[in-house]
Design a protein around this ligand. Structure first.
Ligand code: NAD
Ligand code: TYD
Length: 341
């Protein structure tokens, strides 16, 4: 199979590209990424010379580029990870979220429809469901929970999901959608809670906790997310939505304290700062459908996963340093000067 993975230089997409290249040597993985600030080709270093891997720089919202690439590659599957993904940035600049997350998705859907691409998977998020109250631990998001987005980020992702479902129903496109809870693990850009706190704690800098730190997130290791997507793409029912999560709810304060304990740093580094506007209180996924229909089970729980993750960042301080200094943006120029279209 030819598999186009969009956003494959980002956090989750790069783990997915590595997983597919290594697990299915008979398939070819084409990584289509615009290399925004969040795209880092160092994340793809372990596979950059693999015979079944190719990187193409481009924008999913650029219609001509997408059509030309799809005509050339004739993908059997398109898996769309490409997105603007950070809630705080969406509060500052919603327009880029509309462009990439909504227009980019509809451009990919149009290309699939017009060129007869047999299979499309949309990587979505549990944030499309809005939030749950802190005092109702009995409530979980299921696939039938109504969409109720809170932030410009989640509104753009919910909108994209609706286009995917509309293209399935109206045009018969073979689509699936997965909605996963918060991810953590290797290669996550240090604007997100866990890598931000690890990198700052290592330098004895203040750790900015929004509000009172009581908001709850449901954490899933990135490798478990990628295996679930692979399963859905290969065995999922067409037209369906699958929630992905592993029942690992923690308050933000618990997460930050776990990191401080693991690094042997004092709690006095915690600094409570002004809350995020519209801050979602609690996310919690019910993964029953994925477990029962497709037999998915996560490998990590939060305790084993966070230990692996902290160790990874300790072992890859150059990777973090290259991001903090901006050097990672030169990697593309150096590595690909002779071979990029
Ligand atoms: P990320 O920000 O780390 O990576 C996004 C990638 O997309 C980057 O490589 C970037 O260069 C690329 N990109 C952005 N705009 C593009 C465009 N117009 N054309 C082509 N490439 C473009 O994001 P992530 O955390 O890896 O998230 C990947 C996907 O998973 C997103 O769709 C996100 O909504 C979803 N998701 C993320 C989480 C999470 O916790 N991070 C949880 C559930 C779902
Ligand atoms: P984040 O990693 O941005 O993911 P999301 O907003 O998509 O869930 O944030 C996770 C939680 O951590 C969220 O409740 C906001 C909080 N947070 C902080 O308290 N301080 C920070 O500096 C950041 C980035 C997030």
């Amino acid at each position: 199979m030819n598999i186009i993975v969009t956003g494959g230089a980002g956090f989750i997409g790069s783990v997915m590209a590595q997983y597919l290249v290594n697990t299915y040597p008979e398939d070819t993985v084409i990584n289509l990424d615009k290399l925004t600030y969040a795209g880092n080709l160092e994340n793809c270093k372990p596979i950059e010379n693999a015979p079944n891997y190719r990187f193409v720089r481009g924008d999913i919202a650029d219609r001509k580029f997408v059509y030309d690439l799809f005509e050339e590659v004739k993908p059997d599957v398109v898996i769309n990870f490409a997105a603007e993904s950070h809630v705080d940035r969406s509060v500052e600049h919603p327009e880029e979220f509309v462009r990439t997350n909504v227009m980019g998705t509809t451009t990919l859907l149009d290309a699939c429809r017009d060129l007869g691409i047999p299979r499309y998977h949309q990587v979505s998020t549990d944030e499309v469901y809005g939030d749950l109250p802190l005092d109702r631990p009995d409530l979980f998001f299921t696939e039938t929970t109504p969409l109720h987005a809170s932030s410009p980020y989640s509104a753009s992702k919910a909108s994209a999901d609706m286009f995917v479902q509309a293209y399935h129903r109206t045009f018969g496109l073979n689509t699936t959608i997965s909605r996963c809870s918060n991810n953590y693990g290797q290669y996550q850009f240090p604007e997100k809670l866990i890598p931000l706190m690890i990198s700052r704690a290592l330098k004895d800098q203040d750790l900015p906790v929004y509000g009172q730190g009581i908001n709850v997130r449901d954490w899933l290791h990135v490798e478990d997310h990628c295996k679930a997507i692979d399963l859905i793409v290969r065995e999922g029912r067409i037209g369906e939505v699958y929630n992905i999560g592993g029942h690992n709810e923690r308050t933000n304060l618990q997460v930050v304290e776990t990191i401080l304990d693991a690094l042997g740093k004092p709690k006095s580094l915690i600094k409570y700062v002004k809350d995020r506007p519209g801050h979602d209180q609690r996310y919690a996924i019910d993964p029953d459908k994925l477990e029962k229909e497709l037999g998915w089970k996560p490998k990590y729980n939060f305790d084993t996963g966070i230990r692996q993750t902290i160790q990874w960042y300790l072992d890859h301080q150059d990777w973090m340093q290259n991001i903090l200094s901006g050097d990672y943006q030169n990697y593309f120029k150096e590595m690909y000067k002779d071979r990029v279209q």
